[in-house]
Design a protein around this ligand. Sequence first.
Ligand code: UDP
Length: 466
Amino acid sequence: MGSEQRVAAETHVLTLPLPFQGHINPMLQFSKRLASKGLKVTPLSFTDKEWTKAAEHGSVNVQIIFDDTLFAEITDQEDTVYINNLYATVKRRLPEVVAKHGESGYPISCLVYDSLMPWALDIAMELGLLGATLFTQSLAVSNIYYEVHQGKLKVPVEKTAVAVEGMPPLEIHDLPSFLFDLENYPLSLKLSASQFSNIGEADWVFFNTFNSLEDEVLNLMARQCAIKPVGPTIPSMYTDNRVKDDKDYGLSLFKPDVESLFKPDVESCMKWLDSREPCSVVYVSFGSLSILGERQMEEIACGLKMSCHYFLWVVRETEKEKFPSRFLDETSEKGLVVTWCPQLEVLAHKSVGCFMTHCGWNSTLEALSMGVPMVAMPQWADQTTNAKFVADVWRVGVRVKVDEEGIVTGKEIELRIREVMEEETAIEIRKNSEKWEKLAKEAVDEDGSSDKNIQEFVAKLICNST
Ligand code: UDP
């Protein structure tokens, strides 16, 4: 090992994801990308769930800072108690972790933390560490939360249309739901706005996005602080091309079957997809948190059935009791229903023709980076804004309409699926999807815009260590 490589391998970074699937995934991928540049990286985990115990994480070893006394009965507690518990755990455990690594000859130089835990920066600074925040939502959504933080955008928003600098005209339901549904989510909005509370003190501000995807809002926000896009934080093997050798993880930065809070049904999904024609399957998933009503589940089932396309539908274990088996069999000749799937592999599979998605930011970026057209069916949080961009800005999909009763009908679902799978519009959407797939790949390829930001970060840390 040359002396430069040795210094890099001794430059040690801790990463701290919020313990939710949609936050663990991008932080873990970012950790692996940093490790692929030669740094020593230790992701910290608040949970003792399966993914932390998995024997193999390739280039990084997860360290558990789980505290069972603090997290007892957590499911019944309120958001504030939950966040306070996270804070207390980090406050108590981080000094121990930092001291221990120092003694073992791998002192920590920097903490990369999820932007929803801004207090982690204060704790890192007390310990003499550099601090880097990673935003796992889009720049557009962050810009809106920033306006709320500054008091420029008054909440709850009651107007039907809102003008936000750097953004296309937004109707109320294009805004993150916390802004108009304040009654149900008062703490979530406070938390989202708090991401900016000490942003000026962070040494780096990273975003899971890429320059060309959000250039207008990037230029605007860059006036406030030095934002560095480092996304999409998905493994390069998935952005290389759409036809993959699905058994070869040799170059993979990611092994989906061991990194999930949920257990994916890898074999049955891939076998079922292998037996389908190219671009013939509608992949349906609402992510790790969304809860659908029973009637809505029925309408989805009807819509899928009426569309006459094959479908792979993820219905999480906790949603299973609402599965409308009187409309659909779980494994009818047209469809397969699983409780969790290896989403990246599914999106990369050549039989997948479109993704009916809740538009969580990871799912949106993953589909966009793999050139898969979307039927956007947002549920809450930032998904509404992501759906607006999918349909009207990047034009890589269509968005479903919600009726007066708050339901997306089966007929509406059938029509939107046909629009992205069959009709004239499908050609245009597919062309746009291919364009964004190419741009996403360019950003993370060596010397692409996101890769350069990562290289710069690594070089500065190494320089600090010498
Ligand atoms: N995911 C997966 N298998 C599934 C459904 C989702 O691996 O069956 C992954 C998906 O690839 C994404 C994450 O879970 O990385 C969900 O994050 P997202 O931001 O899309 O939604 P959230 O779960 O936070 O609402």
